[in-house]
Design a protein around this ligand. Structure first.
Ligand code: GLU
Length: 630
């Protein structure tokens, strides 16, 4: 990392180039490209034949950890993080930076987030300490019922694969409404201004990295069902080459539309008309049919991003804030932390002092237990017992069956959060398991005034529904696949069945930790249901294992979600730790990587360490501060 002096020097050029290879691209490119295009990079390539403007890059280096002052941004992508840093540097606050960064991620991470998706925005006011949230989750159309995903011909749920690439999976997008609401409540610059950098990136392009290439390639067969998606994201019929410049002028047009006509263009204008038409009758390749959706203009007009109080729990005397229902993230992360504390108390052996195997064993038991409760009780329904699920007395009851010498049999039964807790009570067996994906993206921002944002946004699967809105360059979500297609058990109620206007249960866990009124940690991750375990593991890694925030993000991950097996990254699965966990009864499923987290640790007044993934996960993330330490 350069000194702040060096950074300033680089910035005075204001050329906003990507480091290294992008310089070659700039030399090779000329005028504006007319359509989506991925131009090969380098003077020797045929780039001159595919002219275009210079791509947008980043001035600060792409690193996983950066410490300094005047504000911090951590996201998965350096071009997007730089946008947030620029906003902070220009006097914007954390909300301004978060919106601008999220919009930029919609361009550079279009398979994870964007205009066509939803998310959860957690905000802390630096002056008052008040934590608030915006629920920008997608909604089901008004016509959906508990049996929408059941095939009437057979009475059984449609195969997941049938629904995933279809109009039926698309929920009413919540992201533009979230940006607008956040800008209104806390922003200083107006949404139109904050969308400009994203529009510029879409127009001028960015340099394709390995992750973008690989995600496109992995989705190529799915995308092939939808010619518009192929046109935009596989120009020339192939995934854009690493090092080439990817432009999406259609998406630039969508940002321009939102910027100049407001989000009403989506919720009551021509952008919305295009979305509804495509959802109800997806444009497919010859010979391909996919289920049609049911979204209407009325569904779009009825959409609201909702102001909600955060979920609050206590851990080690600190205040932990997260997302309430319809996310299960805040509840499940809080319950895991409470269970760890309960077990510490019961055994008299703090988790901070046990060895790595016992630590992961405790974490696994707590995670499986919290998932049992989450699956049983949490959904977008009235009466979710959030307070009881997060009470320490409930955790004390639930942790009483944990043992140091053997893993509980899976599935761990769910408990009874009824306010009447015994020393030790058996639960009730059930088992529901969500599918898992590795899409979505999380960004963390803190500004110099102590305002903070943890914002996780998504289009659900990597590549969402695979459906690109014709002429507008963005992919629609498949968030409604987060509903249960049918109850897992005939006797146990399922709070996550579809319904009219209902929001599917999420695992997204944008999280803040505050100690005695002082913000300490901002964190979150993608990864479907593994989000919960990743975020809890970062918190525990930092506070129980004494890891720096960078090391807590980088630490090998384990994810038990109450299934028969639990995912373990190779550093755990392949070594003695994995063998010891197996001996305790954990059935590990080796998984190359889990999550793609970002976090910020506030070190003191106007001093921060921003953290993102090392290159071993998703090619690495991008942690930046406005003024890096020398
Ligand atoms: N749709 C998922 C959720 O809301 C997130 C998807 C992912 O992270 O891959 O929980």
């Amino acid at each position: 990392m350069g000194t702040s002096r060096t950074v300033r020097t680089i910035r005075t050029s204001r050329t906003r180039l990507a480091a290294g290879v992008a310089l070659g691209v700039v030399a090779a490119l000329g005028a504006t490209a007319p359509t989506s295009t991925a131009a090969p990079a380098g003077p020797a390539g045929p780039a001159a034949a595919r002219p275009g403007p210079p791509p947008v890059g980043h001035e600060l280096p792409k690193v996983a950890v950066m410490t300094g002052s005047d504000g911090a941004v951590a996201s998965v992508d350096p071009v997007a993080s730089q946008v947030g840093i620029d906003v902070l540097e220009a006097g914007g606050n954390a909300t301004d930076a978060a919106i601008a960064t999220a919009a930029a991620l919609g361009v550079t991470e279009p398979y994870s987030t964007g205009i066509g998706g939803g998310g959860f925005f957690v905000h802390r006011d630096g002056a008052t300490g008040e934590v608030s949230t915006i629920d920008g989750r997608e909604t089901a159309p008004a016509t959906y019922t508990s049996t929408t995903f059941v095939d009437p011909a057979t009475g059984t749920p449609y195969p997941f694969a049938t629904v995933v690439d279809s109009g039926l999976s698309v929920g009413v997008p919540g992201t533009p409404a979230t940006w607008e609401r956040a800008a209104q409540r806390w922003g200083t610059q107006g949404l139109g201004e904050l969308l400009k950098p994203a529009e510029r990136i879409a127009l001028r392009g960015f340099v394709v990295d390995q992750t973008f290439h690989d995600q496109t390639a992995a989705n190529a067969a799915r995308f092939a069902k939808f010619p518009e998606t192929v046109r935009v994201f596989l120009p020339g019929g192939a995934p854009p080459a690493v090092g080439s410049v990817f432009r999406n002028p259609d998406m630039a047009g969508a940002y321009r539309e939102l910027r100049t006509r407001g989000v009403d263009s989506l919720y009551g204008g021509r952008l919305g008309e295009a979305v509804v038409a495509e959802v109800r009758d997806p444009s497919t390749a010859p010979g391909v049919t996919v289920p049609r959706g049911q979204m209407t203009a009325e569904d779009l007009a009825a959409y609201r991003a909702l102001d909600k109080d955060p979920v609050h729990s206590q851990y080690r005397g600190k205040d932990v804030y997260g997302m309430p229902v319809p996310s299960s993230g805040g509840i499940a992360v809080g319950e895991i932390l409470n269970l760890i504390e309960a077990y510490d108390e019961r055994t008299g052996t703090p988790t901070s002092e046990v060895d790595e195997v016992q630590y992961l064993h405790r974490f696994s038991e707590a995670s499986a237990t919290a998932f049992a409760d989450r699956n049983r009780y949490v959904g977008d329904v009235p009466g979710v017992p959030t307070g009881e699920l997060l009470s320490q007395a409930y955790a004390d009851e639930r942790a009483c069956l944990f043992s140091a010498t053997a893993a509980l049999p899976r599935p761990v039964p769910f408990g009874s959060p009824d306010g009447d807790y015994a020393e030790c009570a058996e639960g009730t067996a059930s088992g529901t398991l969500a599918h898992d994906d590795v899409s979505t993206t999380h960004l963390s921002v803190v500004d110099r005034w102590g305002n903070a944002v943890a914002y996780t946004s998504t289009i659900e699967a990597t590549g969402g529904s695979g459906i690109t809105v014709p002429g507008w360059g963005f992919i629609l979500n498949n968030e409604l696949t987060d509903f249960s297609f049918a109850p897992a058990s005939a006797t146990v109620p399922d709070p996550n069945l579809p319904g009219p206007g209902k929001r599917p249960r999420s695992s997204m866990s944008p999280t803040l930790v505050v100690d005695d009124g002082t913000l300490e940690l901002v964190a979150g991750s993608p990864g479907g249901a593994t989000i919960i375990t990743t975020v809890a593991q970062i918190v525990l890694g930092h506070y129980e294992r004494g890891l720096s925030v960078g090391d807590a993000v980088a630490a090998p991950r384990l994810s038990s979600r109450n299934g028969a097996t639990e995912q373990a990254e190779p550093a755990i699965a392949d070594g003695p730790t994995g063998a010891a966990l197996t001996a305790l009864g954990h059935r590990l499923a080796r998984t190359a990587e889990i999550g793609a987290a970002t976090a910020i640790r506030v070190l003191g007044p106007n001093r921060y360490t921003a953290a993102a993934e090392p290159t071993t996960r998703r090619g690495g993330g991008s942690a930046m501060v406005v003024t890096p330490d020398p």
